[in-house]
Design a protein around this ligand. Structure first.
Ligand SMILES: [Cu+2]
Length: 270
């Protein structure tokens, strides 16, 4: 009974209370943290849902009406009609019209997401079996990001979502994400930002987001990539500009990318 109450409660608060991560008995989207996601949610809530509900109710009404009105006892001599031009034209044109009404705003949102504004910083996400590697190409930073095992979780670290090394980005900045993979297909997805792109070996996909609120955001690999597909989460920490600069100072040391030239020299000198 408690669960049923929870579900009903969650239907009403799904878009109000949740931020950043999935919750028990959640229905609907995670709370939006970027303009793109807000538009996706609005598109779903204000256009798709009313259309879906209207069509479902209409079809249910037709079925019930036909069951009652044309049942054998009430309608002993059924009509022999097989065609009705007016009805057929209508049931072709009205769905076409509905599809056009859906397509216009849908394409608008799609193209807006596809056009990457001038980026303030670029990060590169590389999918591996089974973890994510990240690079900040302009900062000479490279690190791997592994899921934290259940036994090692700290308080308020969500199970199957928290990672050891989080991606850190500043708030209200356009972050361009280059996405690729090193073995099989993966997908870099962050629901709160409305971002999901396939990571394809040998090819770089790109997307972007602009997080509007500080906090920790969780996503998961979203392309079935093998036995530990469910265990390569994505954690992005959105911080203030200042905190980001501080993190950079630390990260440039901690995650410094090895100089390839030096490596080659090392090998050559051996
Ligand atoms: Cu994967």
């Amino acid at each position: 009974m408690k669960k049923i109450f929870l579900i009903i409660f969650n239907i009403f608060v799904a878009n109000l209370a949740y931020a950043n991560q999935p919750t028990d008995w959640q229905l609907g989207f995670q709370k939006a943290a970027s303009e793109s996601m807000r538009e996706i949610v609005a598109f779903h809530n204000n256009l798709l849902l009313p259309i879906i509900i209207a069509i479902s109710v209409f079809v249910l009404f037709l079925m019930l009406y036909a069951c009652v009105r044309f049942r054998a006892s009430a309608n002993p001599n059924p009509s022999k009609r097989t065609h009705n031009v007016a009805v057929e034209v209508l049931w072709t044109l009205i769905p076409c019209f509905i599809l056009i009404v859906i397509a216009v705003p849908s394409f608008k949102i799609l193209y807006k997401q596809d056009t990457i504004p001038k980026a303030d910083l670029t990060i590169k996400a590389i999918g591996y079996q089974w973890y994510w590697g990240y690079e900040y190409p302009d900062e000479n930073i490279v690190f791997d990001s592994y899921m934290i095992e259940e036994k090692d979780l700290k308080a308020n670290q969500p199970r199957l979502l928290a990672v050891d090394n989080e991606v850190v980005v500043p708030v209200n900045k356009v972050v361009k994400v280059l996405i690729t993979a090193n073995d099989v297909l993966h997908a870099w997805a962050l629901p709160s930002f409305g971002v999901k792109r396939d990571a394809v070996p040998g090819r770089i996909n790109e997307t972007w987001f602009k997080a509007e609120k500080e906090g920790t955001y969780y996503g998961q690999c979203s392309e079935l990539c093998g036995i530990k597909h469910a265990f390569m989460p994505i954690t992005v920490k959105v911080v203030s500009e200042e905190e980001y600069e501080n993190w950079l100072l630390e990260a440039r040391e901690k995650f410094a990318k090895e100089e390839i030239i030096n490596d080659k020299l090392k090998i050559a000198s051996k």
